[in-house]
Design a protein around this ligand. Structure first.
Ligand SMILES: Cc1cc2nc3c(=O)[nH]c(=O)nc-3n(C[C@H](O)[C@H](O)[C@H](O)COP(=O)(O)OP(=O)(O)OC[C@H]3O[C@@H](n4cnc5c(N)ncnc54)[C@H](O)[C@@H]3O)c2cc1C
Length: 364
């Protein structure tokens, strides 16, 4: 069988793109190194959809993805609060200015209203921006949705298929993986998350400098337990976020530690930082750290994702560098990338997006 597209990686990026490409009639195979898809970044996220997260160049992808996520039942409204201390006043103003002219609904919040949303908030946290639209995402549900959609459209998923070589000859790739026979495809799509530059090297394509950064999340039992309807609370200075999850607290020190691609684990120092930062924000006791995990968020040098054909190597495409937003941007990102790869026109979901800022040729 000769495929139109062989996608390396079956996390949210590969799965969503396979669904969109097969919707457009393409023959697609997904090659996943692990025995099950979603083991790496996709299975380790903090599961939120935040219209502001990632800044004004990520926000259009998040907003364009919103209706699809909503219509398919993957969002549950929570709201987000970006909070700051007295010294953060300028950051709050800058945030309001940055998003004030975008379609995102945000407003300043202070005093009793702020303290009602986060009971036990310490006195020095006096600034806040309220973003009511922020929601929890059903990440596993979304990932399965795309895998099922791809399967129904004829996409083939091969797990335990770690790609080890890719050679192009006479307009076709021959791709070899561990434990499976070689695959022939016209286009090789790199959706390998933290391994994106490794896959480029395997295919003799110039890597883009996509760097995996470790991020830690802790599940803590606190006294009092966080209110179930408490918003996602983020430090406007970027030092933490936390949110309730089934009576427990999910908490991150917002760490970004450069790491080699691999199966990373939470380090004690990051866990301690997370707990310490929480205790500077609220007067709750952390009774136990019940779970902790870490994953790799992968960033191109300008921290924007990379979608589309490589400008130098024929038949090689990128769908990588999803950073910390690969779940919340998945519907619009996959639709846009599929339209670029199939040379199809834009539709209602993608028409407003500026694809040039995500194109691989921006790196020269
Ligand atoms: C702690 C944490 C919290 C996060 N929170 C959020 C959040 O709240 N909201 C949000 O939108 N995003 C969040 N993210 C980011 C999001 O998880 C990522 O952007 C997204 O999962 C990236 O998806 P991916 O498919 O590109 O990567 P991955 O899920 O890592 O998938 C890449 C796949 O490629 C496979 N692969 C690698 N090499 C090979 C090879 N040689 N052959 C075959 N297969 C290969 C890997 O096995 C892997 O399964 C978070 C990330 C982390 C780590």
């Amino acid at each position: 069988m000769n495929y139109d597209f062989a996608i390396v990686g079956a996390g949210i990026a590969g799965a969503s793109l396979a669904a969109e490409l097969t919707d457009g009639g393409a023959r697609v195979i997904l090659l996943e190194a692990e025995d099950r898809p979603g083991y790496h970044a996709t299975g380790r996220s903090a599961a939120f959809w935040d219209e502001c997260y990632g800044g004004p160049e990520i926000s259009p992808l998040t907003l364009a993805s919103g209706p699809y996520l909503q219509d398919h039942g993957f969002l549950k409204q929570r709201g987000a609060l970006y909070i700051g201390r007295r010294a953060d006043a300028r950051k709050v103003d800058a945030f309001l200015a940055e998003f004030g002219s975008t379609p995102v609904t945000i407003e300043r919040l202070a005093g009793e209203e702020l303290r009602r949303k986060v009971p036990g908030l310490r006195e020095d946290w006096i600034h806040a921006i309220w973003e009511p639209g922020c929601a929890d995402i059903d990440v596993a549900g979304l990932h399965q949705h795309y895998l099922s959609k791809g399967r129904a459209n004829g996409a083939v998923l091969r797990c335990g298929a770690k790609v080890t070589s890719a050679r192009r000859y006479a307009g076709k790739w021959t791709i070899t993986s561990e434990r499976t026979e070689a695959v022939a495809a016209s286009v090789l799509v790199n959706a390998a998350g933290a391994w994106a530059d490794t896959i480029a090297q395997i295919a003799s394509v110039h890597p883009l400098g996509i760097e995996p950064l470790r991020r830690t999340v802790v599940q803590a039992r606190t006294s009092p337990a966080p209110p179930l309807d408490m918003p996602l609370v983020l430090d406007i200075a970027g030092g933490f976020y936390f949110k309730p999850e089934a009576g427990k607290l999910w908490l991150s020190p917002h760490d970004e530690v450069p790491s080699k691609p691999g199966d990373v684990a939470a380090e004690e120092i990051a866990v301690a930082e997370a707990v310490d930062r929480l205790q500077q924000v609220v007067n709750w006791q952390v009774e136990a750290v019940e779970r902790k995990w870490a994953g790799l968020r992968s960033f191109a040098p300008d921290r924007l994702p990379v979608y589309g054909y490589d400008p130098h190597v024929e038949g090689f495409a990128w769908f990588a560098g999803q950073g910390g937003y690969g779940i919340q941007t998945a519907p619009a990102a996959a639709r846009l990338c599929a339209q670029m790869l199939l040379d199809n026109p834009r539709d209602a979901m993608t028409r407003s997006l500026d694809a040039s800022i995500y194109a691989p040729d921006r790196f020269g």
